[in-house]
Ligand binder design. Structure first.
Ligand code: HEM
Length: 303
């Protein structure tokens, strides 16, 4: 036996195994065997998010199967489940696609709206006259009742405040587009002809702070600039205000976000008045969205 082993492990025989050894090391280096702590944690989190989504999907399916509901629901999750389930053996989307869509909407919708609310509370904590004005509007429309769809569409002052907040602190500070050239058609931008595949960055933050568009008071919080609509506020440059992007691929959750923000603000204003805490340090930074590096500390007073 030892003789056989000596032969197999002899230098010349080993030469034939070098390729296999290289591919083994390659595999290790590509982290197929070794994973960093972060990678392990990230995989666990991914799995947890997936399980959470699958649980939500199962609940909807269960309700329909048990006759409790006759559809999967009219919201986006319901539409996606229908696309997966009702197409018999040929689903329009796979479970993985369904889970990915849910993740996209959660990430795109949560952080952005959160940021919008935070900056709006910050601005109202400083500009207490506007806080009072919009509270009056909320109390006139809802009293101490929960906000209702009819009233939400009448929150004019609050819409102006939200627009001004989105102008000064747009959660998404810029958007990218890629120039494509279909067949012989060229992409023109004003006087420029864009080469195919060129990436064009549209700096939302810069345009929202351009004095040529908004006037000399561009850096001031003045919701009244939106009192007669975006066209008047932008001096007839409506495309210069684009917190939700622009064109056919603009934010699909725009109306959702605005309704959500109005409901949250109304309910806060019904319960509390607030001012900025002296501990607050102003340091907006961009990390996915434009947010306050050290958080926004406000002092709440129950009403
Ligand atoms: C204040 C809140 C929000 C802001 C400022 C915001 C902003 C944006 C911007 C700037 C874009 C890129 C648009 C473009 O390229 O022209 C975008 C895309 C998108 N947003 Fe929002 N968003 C917000 C809330 C939401 C919510 C609540 C949802 C979902 C419920 C959502 C879902 C999406 C999705 C799915 C896209 C990609 C659309 C596509 O490529 O077809 N967003 N958003």
């Amino acid at each position: 036996m030892r003789k056989l082993a000596n032969y197999a492990f002899h230098g010349d025989s080993l030469k034939g195994m070098v390729l296999a050894m290289i591919s083994s090391v390659d595999m290790m280096l590509e982290s197929k065997f070794f994973k960093t702590k972060d990678e392990i944690e990230s995989e666990l989190l991914q799995q947890e998010v997936r399980n959470c989504m699958i649980e939500m999907i199962k609940k909807r399916l269960y309700k329909v199967m048990n006759g409790g509901e006759d559809s999967y629901g009219s919201d986006f999750l319901g539409v996606l489940i229908k696309a997966h389930h009702d197409a018999d053996n040929n689903p329009i989307i796979s479970v993985d696609d369904l889970v990915d869509e849910c993740k996209t909407f959660y990430v795109a919708g949560q952080e952005t709206t959160n940021t919008l609310l935070a900056w709006t509370v910050f601005l109202l904590a400083i500009h207490t006259d506007w806080q009072e004005e919009t509270r009056k509007e909320v109390l006139n429309l809802f009293g101490q009742e929960k906000p209702n769809p009819d009233g939400i569409s009448k929150l004019k002052t609050m819409s102006m405040i939200i627009n001004e907040s989105l102008r000064l602190y747009p959660p998404v500070i810029g958007i990218l587009r890629k120039a494509e050239r279909e067949a012989e058609r060229e992409v023109r931008l004003g006087n420029l002809i864009l080469p195919a595949d060129l990436q064009v960055y549209m700096p939302t933050l810069a345009l929202h702070h351009d004095p040529q568009i908004w006037g000399a008071d561009v850096h001031e919080f003045k919701p009244e600039r939106f009192s007669e609509g975006i066209s008047k506020a932008t001096n007839n440059n409506v495309a210069a205000f684009f917190p939700f992007g622009i064109g056919p691929r603009n934010c699909v959750g725009m109306n959702f976000a605005s309704t959500e923000a109005k409901i949250a603000l109304s309910m806060i204003l019904q319960r509390y008045s607030f001012t900025l805490s002296p501990t607050y340090v102003h340091s907006p930074i961009q990390f996915l969205t434009l947010h306050a590096q050290h958080g926004i500390q406000v002092m709440l007073q129950s009403l």
